[in-house]
Write a protein that binds this ligand. Structure first.
Ligand code: MN3
Length: 271
């Protein structure tokens, strides 16, 4: 099983051990974790500019949602306390969302990878469609939430306000103004049917910003764009405090966006 082969796979390169390692590395690329978080890490490590508290320092593998010692995905620690986003997002919601919901995606992702690895050993591919879907759903869930935590910050530590620099210029050019962007972003997220996400993404062909909707845990990278900011509008993200008032949650979310981090992701997405 996955748990037995992966510790050796970190240093090994042959037989099923090497295959297991390639599986993990391939999955990172597939899911976009490297595209989203790895470059942000590399870029930040040499950053001489001021940073908000939530994004200070180079990101570790653990913060990026991968446990190198086990060769498995893991829930990254929150870069702030559970109650740090009060009053916009309450502590209980943050704790359940991070510790339970996100952990569920990580379990599902590691499970799917293990089952897909087993297919190569057993030759039984009868459930490969099922586990491929599980991989897409839970893997995207893991990446989406990892991005979500890192692009928020407490109000008194870099959260809220407006972007600056190249991102601010691009937003003004694309949406007319920051307020124009804010209105469209909130409207798109509010109108998601059922569970999903509102996104700000970079579209590389035209080099422009797009506001988009995502259903369930749909991985934005599959549509050819790079997400740089997402707001989770599954009910588990807001129901305890806001109940059915998704629009109020979205207004509050604007108060805790870490624009410094989003700006770095934007510049990284442009290459
Ligand atoms: Mn969620």
């Amino acid at each position: 099983m996955m748990n037995e082969s992966t510790p050796k796979s970190v240093s090994g390169e042959s037989n099923s051990v090497g295959t297991s390692r390639r599986e993990v590395i391939g999955a990172i690329s597939l899911l976009g974790a490297a595209a989203i978080a790895g470059p942000a890490c590399a870029q930040m490590s040499g950053d001489k500019h001021g940073r908000s508290g939530a994004s200070a320092g180079a990101l570790t593998a653990a913060e990026l949602g991968f446990d190198s010692s086990k060769g498995e995905y893991a829930v990254p620690a929150l870069p702030y306390a559970y109650d740090a986003l009060e009053p916009d997002i309450d502590a209980q919601t943050m704790k359940i969302h991070h510790d339970k919901h996100h952990a569920g995606y990580v379990r599902g992702l590691n499970k799917a990878l293990g089952e897909l690895a087993n297919v190569r050993t057993t030759g039984d591919a009868s459930l490969i469609k099922h586990w491929s879907r599980e991989l897409a759903f839970h893997g995207s869930g893991h990446v989406n939430h990892t991005l979500f935590w890192m692009t928020m910050a407490p109000r008194n530590a870099g959260g809220g306000g407006k972007p600056s620099g190249a991102l601010a210029q691009a937003i003004e050019q694309e949406f007319g103004s920051f307020d124009g962007f804010s209105a469209q972003f909130q409207a798109a997220a509010k109108a998601v049917e059922g569970s999903g996400w509102g996104w700000l993404a970079h579209e590389p062909v035209a080099d422009k910003l797009l506001v988009m909707q995502g259903e369930k845990q749909q991985n934005m990278l599959m549509t050819g764009v790079t997400p740089i900011l997402g707001v989770d509008v599954w009910e588990h993200a807001y129901y305890l405090r806001y109940q059915n008032r998704r629009g109020d949650y979205l207004k509050a979310f604007m108060n805790v966006i870490n624009w410094t981090m989003v700006g770095r992701l934007y510049e990284r997405a442009r290459g």
